[in-house]
Design a protein around this ligand. Sequence first.
Ligand SMILES: Nc1nc2c(ncn2[C@@H]2O[C@H](COP(=O)(O)OP(=O)(O)OP(=O)(O)O)[C@@H](O)[C@H]2O)c(=O)[nH]1
Ligand SMILES: [Mg+2]
Length: 423
Amino acid sequence: MMNINFTSEKEKSIVVGIKLPNLTRQHVNDYLDELVLLADTAGSEVVHRIVQERVRIEASTFIGAGKAEEIAELVKEENINLVIFDDDLSRTQVRNLEKIINCKIVDRSGLILDIFAARAKSKEAMTQVELAQLQYTLTRLTRMWTHLSKQYGGIGTKGPGETQIETDRRAIRKRLQLLKEKLTQIDKEREVQRKGRKDFTRIALVGYTNAGKSTLMNALADADVFVEDRLFATLDTTVRLMQLPHSQKVLLSDTVGFIRKLPPNLIASFKSTLAEVVEADILLHVVDVSHPLFEEHIQTVISTIEELGAETKITILVFNKIDALTDRTILNELTKKFVGSIAVSALRGINIPALKEKLFSYVSEEFIERVVETDHLNYKVISKLHDIGEILEKKFGNKKVSIKIRFNKKRLGDFEKLLAKIK
Ligand SMILES: Nc1nc2c(ncn2[C@@H]2O[C@H](COP(=O)(O)OP(=O)(O)OP(=O)(O)O)[C@@H](O)[C@H]2O)c(=O)[nH]1
Ligand SMILES: [Mg+2]
C-alpha cells in the first residue's frame, strides 16, 4: 500500500476540457473550475487550463493531435507532471496521449478514485475504494500502468491498487473476489447495527459534495463532524440522534457527497456506506444555492438517488448557504419552483429552527397516539409501554390507570401484541 502525498510539494498539472457544440463555453469553464478543485483536493497545483472547441471527439487521442502537441510543449517547458482530462478516456486514448505528451495522463474518474483512496479512513471505506480502483484498472489500464507508475509515481498511481499493479490481471481478479467477500462480511455487521435503529425514524443527508451536509449535521444534531472547504471531506457515514421540537428523537445520518460523473463502479462499491440513504425514511437534499451550477447539481443528485433506487422517498430540498448569496430575491422564485423546499444557512444558523419544525411535521405523520387502560399495578405492561413510545399522560382512576402514548408507526405490531395480552 502506498501513502498519498497530500503534499507540501505539489505536482504541477494542466486541466483539459473539450467544448462540443451542445455546451456553452461558460459551462465548460464551470466544469473546469470543478476539476481544478478536484485537482487541488488531490494535492496538485493547476498551472494551465486548456479548452478545445471541437465538433466531435477524436477517437484516438480525444483532443486533436495538434492540441496534444501544444500540450506536450507546455509540459516540457514548464516541467509539468500531470495532465488531467475532464472526461473519461479510453485505454487507447490514454496510451496515445502519453506517447505524444510524454507525461502522466489522468481522467476525471481516475482523479476522483485517487481522492477517495486518499481520504478513506475506515476499513469499510478503504475496502470499497480499493474494489472500485481495481475495477477501474481492469477496464482501463493494464500493463501500461505498471511501467508508468514506476516512471512517474504520484497522482493516478496511488492508493491501495499499488501492490496489485505489478501483478497480472488474474491476480487482480483474485484480489477483487477477496475484497467482495470482505465487503459482504462488513455488510453483515452493518446490517446488525442498522437493525438496532429500526425503531427510529431515519433521516439521511444527501447532496452534491461540498454542499454543506456535514455543517448541517452539526447544526441540527449538535454533532462535531469534520467540515472542510474541499471536495469529499466525508467518506464514512456518521449517525447521530437528533432532538426535534415537541420531544421526538430521530436518527440523522451524514454520508459521502455526490458529483457529476461519479464513476459508476464507485457508487456500486459504496453500497454499504450508502445503505443509510437507501433505508432512510426521509432524505434531506442539501444544495449549495450560492454555486453557479446548483440547478445542475440538483439533477446530478436526483439521478444518483435514482441509481441507488431511493427515488420514491420523501425528499426535502434544503437550499443552503443563503448567507453567501448576493441577491436573495431568487429564493422567492426557488421556493415557488421547488414546492416544499426551505432556505437555510447551516453555517450561520439561519432558519434552522424552521427546518426542524418542517422535519417534525413530516416525522409526526410517522407517529400514532393511543390511550391504553390497565391495572395500575401491572408494572410489566407499563414498563413495556415506556419501551414502545413516549408516555404523554397518565390518569389514575380506581385501580385502573389510563395511559396516553405516542409511538412510531413501526412499533404498531409491538403495541398490538401488548394490547392483546392486556385483554
Ligand atoms: N457561507 C456558507 N458556507 C457554508 C455553509 N454551510 C457550509 N458551508 C461551508 O461549505 C464548505 C463545505 O461544508 P461541508 O459541511 O464539509 O460540506 P459537505 O456537503 O459535507 O461536503 P463533503 O463531505 O465534502 O461532500 C465548508 O467550508 C463549510 O464551512 C453556509 O450555510 N454558508
Ligand atoms: Mg461532509
